[in-house]
Design a protein around this ligand. Structure first.
Ligand code: COA
Length: 190
């Protein structure tokens, strides 16, 4: 079953990062990384071609209350996002009675390869299990996205299946690899 997540009162701290709600003044940092070609495209959306696009999406993050801004503690810049979505597993008879959420993330290209998203995801896993007592988290990556694949593996998710995903903004169909991470004893991971 789907679960409502409200991150507006949550702040999660890791060694290098602060995960916190978005605020309107984050727009320049958001545009800086979201306008770089090849970042959003790996997650199914087109890079932003104007700051107006970033403003609109940022507003939807604030209203939706289910996306963290990822702030880099060293320079206080927002360098990415991590959000909660409806999970494919809600539509699978094997998992549909469980409390589930899908996570998705994007990081500024400048900061790739330093272990930062793995650090963020590991923290969020604890948050979901402690605060929301979720039974499982799910996650997915496009088949060619080996960086995201590694993050998912390093965080302990188990591969379940592959599916087709049509990315409307990119007008392209991708093969998506879907994973699950059990968080409670209500689910076995075989
Ligand atoms: C996917 C993404 C979030 C990864 O963040 P990150 O902080 O760079 O991830 P980490 O540093 O924690 O881990 C990256 C891993 O990929 C590996 N890697 C780097 N380049 C790689 C490549 N070309 N092929 C395969 N693996 C690669 C790294 O070595 C590292 O694995 P390791 O720790 O085993 O060495 C980031 O690349 C990103 O934002 N990409 C664009 C958006 C996106 O793909 N979102 C996810 C949609 S599913």
């Amino acid at each position: 079953m789907d679960v409502q997540i409200d991150i507006t009162k949550s702040k999660l701290e890791t060694e290098s990062l602060l995960l916190r709600p978005w605020i309107e003044s984050d727009v320049n940092d958001f545009y800086e990384y979201a306008s770089v070609e090849g970042v959003g495209e790996m997650a199914g959306w087109e890079h932003h071609d104007s700051i107006e696009v970033s403003k609109k999406i940022l507003q939807s993050f604030i209203t939706g209350k289910d996306v963290f801004a990822i702030e880099y503690k060293e320079n206080r810049k927002v360098i990415g996002s991590l959000g909660f979505h409806y999970s494919w597993a809600n539509d699978d008879p094997k998992y549909k009675d469980l409390k589930l959420k899908e996570i998705g993330y994007v990081l500024s290209k400048t900061y790739w390869g330093q272990g930062l998203m793995t650090e963020a995801v590991k923290k969020v896993i604890h948050f979901c299990s402690d605060k929301y007592t979720l039974d499982a988290l799910t996650i997915g990556h496009f088949s060619e996205n080996n960086r995201s694949k590694r993050v998912i593996e390093k965080c302990g998710f188990k591969f379940v299946k592959q599916s087709e995903h049509y990315a409307k903004q990119l007008q392209k169909t991708f093969i998506k690899m879907e994973y699950i991470l059990p968080l409670s004893s209500s689910i076995c991971s075989e």
